[in-house]
Design a protein around this ligand. Structure first.
Ligand code: URA
Length: 245
């Protein structure tokens, strides 16, 4: 936040557009460290800014973290059964921001979970109209036939309506069969329900990607802040605006 132009700082604090904030400054309604503010001045975290004698709350920078969610950890903020939550994991790793999970993974699902302090970004990433891709690897007991994979791609009947068209492929190595699904929607237990509907119940489920963000080789239970490039890609994928720290 150091060295931001005052009109931009006021806008980031939620006081309206930069133009409107310029007008506040021009009208002499803004004070910085007790002195009348002037146009073009820069302010940082250590400055105290007041509008009409009321202190302005500094903006919270947007942050996005990725977690390799292990099995047995819940995605809710509080679990009535006292099971560990993804937010407990974040705190154990020394994350101080107030984060919340972007969407949910089931208790037994592992893999990529994004955490952010930005409600708007989270909403956009999970809203069906944005169609942000999510890629899963589902281990099943036997190899689905090509017509079965076709059915998955076209959409299968679920109790809350048919699944939307998606990508579905299968990689087999010996007795291990992994169905890779790329979905544009995120209904409750959707992958498990889709595969059960075609006679291939899921044995293990792992998410590898959300939009252009990949889990990579992050260890189970570990977190890391997204790189600037990853954040930008994520924000572009859902039309959110602004900078991410
Ligand atoms: N689909 C599921 O069935 N479970 C998840 O956790 C995520 C997607």
């Amino acid at each position: 936040m150091a060295g931001m132009r005052l009109n931009r700082y006021l806008a980031a604090c939620g006081l309206g557009s930069r133009r409107h904030c310029e007008e506040l400054i021009a009208a002499g309604r803004v004070r910085v460290n007790g002195q009348a503010a002037h146009f073009g001045m820069r302010v940082g975290d250590d400055d105290s800014v007041q509008v009409d004698d009321a202190p302005v709350t500094p903006p919270t920078p947007r942050v996005v973290w990725m977690l390799h969610k292990p099995r047995g950890v819940v995605c809710t903020a509080d679990d009535p059964q006292g099971r560990p939550t993804v937010l407990d994991l974040a705190r154990e790793h020394g994350v101080r921001e107030r984060l919340f999970p972007v969407g949910r993974l089931d208790l037994d699902t592992t893999g990529l979970l994004l955490l952010t302090n930005d409600g708007d970004l989270s909403h956009r990433l999970t809203h069906p109209s944005m169609g942000v891709e999510k890629e899963y690897e589902a281990t099943v007991a036997s190899r689905p036939s090509d017509p079965t994979l076709q059915r998955l791609r076209r959409g299968v009947t679920l109790e809350d309506g048919p699944s939307a068209p998606c990508d579905a492929t299968c990689e087999s190595q010996g007795a291990r069969h992994v169905v890779r699904l790329v979905l544009h929607e995120g209904r409750k237990r959707q992958v498990r329900r889709m595969l059960a509907a075609v006679g291939h119940p899921v044995i293990a489920l792992h998410r590898t990607r959300v939009g252009r963000v990949r889990l990579g080789d992050l260890e189970p239970g570990s977190l890391r802040r997204l790189e600037a490039e990853e954040s930008r890609a994520l924000i572009d994928s859902c039309g959110a605006s602004g900078d991410t720290g």
